[in-house]
Every structure is written in structure tokens, then in C-alpha cells.
Design a protein around this ligand. Structure first.
Ligand code: BEZ
Ligand code: FE
Length: 291
């Protein structure tokens, strides 16, 4: 007869139940997960009531999630887990542009655009001119790279959040392609800071912590090129009131950019703009080692 399990011996017993797993990685992940999960409960002396509350919370996170409402992803984001994984999987000290989380507002099937196009689709706001260059780790241009970009409007809303208000399905998002010199450029409107969704279960955590729910102004990019690792990232407005306290911890210093304000005049694309406008210029470095 096996001896009664104690608070300490149960961990090893559970871990041993994975000895029969045929996939080594599966076993490694679960043995470690059991260790940390059990240590966590012992560490905080978790009560049964607290665990029931946690299970109810997780159930509600699952129930509210759908293809358009990504509460599971939001939980990972607000706990810093998404950015932790980004950091774990990024080689320290490399010149490659830092990655930053995808977020819930990426949409597959977005329209393609030509360099120079206005991708705002008629949404009003302060004009923004984005110029970018995609290079490899030696600084050589990456021609033909696909640049997916998306951002909010001047009130902090994405197109998918206001389908009733907008004429078209897509606005402030497009897929561009770099020219022979690795360059891309487009016109849009300037985004603004916005809160992460707080009307679901994740809002309870943020209210409990009394913490900021805001994301500083940013533009998203997803770069893909044959022979290179694809890069999901964001560029943040360095002077934003919410910079360095992003609700999802993505606003790392190396991704903080100058969104430069200009008086009316000639824009980077040579057109004359008769209202104040903003420019954003960035060089993205891709890792040569293909996935
Ligand atoms: C975003 O960047 O769009 C985003 C990321 C995490 C939570 C909410 C929004
Ligand atoms: Fe965003």
C-alpha cells in the first residue's frame, strides 16, 4: 500500500504519471508545469475558495472568447506572458528589430496597397506619413518583403470596432511590398492611445490591481520575406502620456519612435498638406535565419 500523499510528496507522484508519455517535450513541459503550479499553491497557501474563484474566472474567460473577442490572448497579454515569450524567443544582443505582441485587432484578408497609397480609407484625422525600410542583419535591403500594417484612428478605435460607422470593411490597415531598396511608404491618419477591453473578466484583474489599462499610441507591423524570420512588432509614440506603462508591457525602449509633428507644408511624398501632419520613419532589421 502506498503511503498517504502529503502536500510535498504529491508533486513527485503527479510528475511520475507523465513517465509513460512518448513525446519527450510533452513530458518536459508537463513535469515542469506541475512543479511550478504546486509550488505556487504552497507558496501562497491557496485556499479552496480562492481556487474555485480562479476556476470560475477561467471558465468565464473561455466563454467570452471568440474569433472576434480574444479574452484568452488578453489574459496572456496583461499578465506579461506574451511579452515574456517574445523575450525568451529573441536572441539578446542581436541587431534584429524587437518583436512585440500581435494583439487582437489583426485581420487576415486585409487589402493590398501600393507604396504611396492613402490607407485611411477616408477616416478623418491628422495625416500621418509612414516611411520604412526593411534590411537584413548586414544592412542590405530586403526587396519584395510584405509589410502588413494596422492602427487605430485618432480616437483610439480600430476599424473592426466600429463596423456600423465605417463605409468599408477595412480602414487604417493594408499589405504593402518593399521596393528594390527595401523601402515602403504610405499615408494614413495618426492613431491615439486607447484602453484594452475591460468589460470582460480580464477587467476584474486590472481593476483589482488598480493599474492603468491604457496602451500608448502605436502602429502595428507584421513583416514577412522569403528566407527571413517573420517579425511581428509595434512602434510606439515616444512622447505619449502613457508611454512606459503599457497595459500589456510591449512598449520597450527600442520600439519607441518619434512621431514628428509638422506645420502645414510639403509632406515626405512631395504633396502639399494644408493642415498639420505627422511623420514616422523606421528601419526594420529582419533575422536572416529562416524559420
Ligand atoms: C493591440 O495592440 O492592438 C492590443 C494588444 C493587446 C490588448 C489589446 C490591444
Ligand atoms: Fe494596437
Amino acid at each position: 500500500m502506498s503511503p498517504d500523499l502529503t502536500e510535498h510528496t504529491i508533486t513527485e507522484a503527479v510528475q511520475r504519471s507523465f513517465d509513460t508519455a512518448t513525446d519527450d517535450r510533452f513530458r518536459q513541459v508537463f513535469v515542469s508545469l506541475v512543479q511550478h503550479l504546486h509550488d505556487f499553491a504552497r507558496d501562497v497557501r491557496l485556499t479552496g475558495e480562492e481556487w474555485f474563484a480562479a476556476m470560475d474566472f477561467l471558465e468565464r474567460v473561455g466563454k467570452v472568447s471568440s474569433s472576434t473577442r480574444q479574452e484568452v490572448m488578453l489574459l496572456s497579454d496583461i499578465l506579461g506572458f506574451s511579452m515574456l515569450l517574445d523575450r525568451i524567443n529573441q536572441h539578446a544582443g542581436s541587431s534584429v528589430t524587437s518583436s512585440a505582441l500581435l494583439g487582437p485587432f489583426y485581420v487576415a484578408g486585409r487589402p493590398t496597397a501600393d507604396n504611396g497609397d492613402d490607407i485611411s480609407d477616408g477616416v478623418s484625422g491628422t495625416p500621418m506619413f509612414v516611411t520604412g525600410r526593411v534590411v537584413d542583419e548586414r544592412g542590405e535591403p530586403v526587396a519584395g518583403a510584405h509589410v502588413d500594417t494596422w492602427h487605430s484612428d485618432g480616437e483610439g478605435f480600430y476599424d473592426v470596432q466600429q463596423t456600423e460607422k465605417l463605409h468599408d470593411e477595412f480602414a487604417m490597415r493594408a499589405l504593402l511590398t518593399t521596393d528594390d531598396d527595401g523601402r515602403f511608404w504610405y499615408r494614413s491618419i495618426t492613431p491615439r492611445y486607447y484602453p484594452v477591453p475591460t468589460d470582460g473578466p480580464c477587467g476584474e484583474i486590472m481593476r483589482g490591481a488598480n493599474r492603468s489599462v491604457m496602451r500608448p499610441q502605436h502602429v502595428h507591423f507584421w513583416l514577412h520575406a522569403d528566407g527571413y524570420q517573420s517579425l511581428i512588432t509595434q512602434l510606439f509614440y515616444r512622447d505619449d502620456p502613457y508611454i512606459n506603462r503599457d497595459a500589456v508591457f510591449a512598449d520597450v525602449e527600442s520600439l519607441q519612435a518619434d512621431f514628428v509633428r509638422h506645420e502645414p507644408g510639403v509632406a515626405p511624398d512631395g504633396t502639399t498638406v494644408n493642415v498639420p501632419f505627422v511623420t514616422l520613419d523606421w528601419t526594420f532589421v529582419l533575422s536572416d535565419s529562416a524559420e
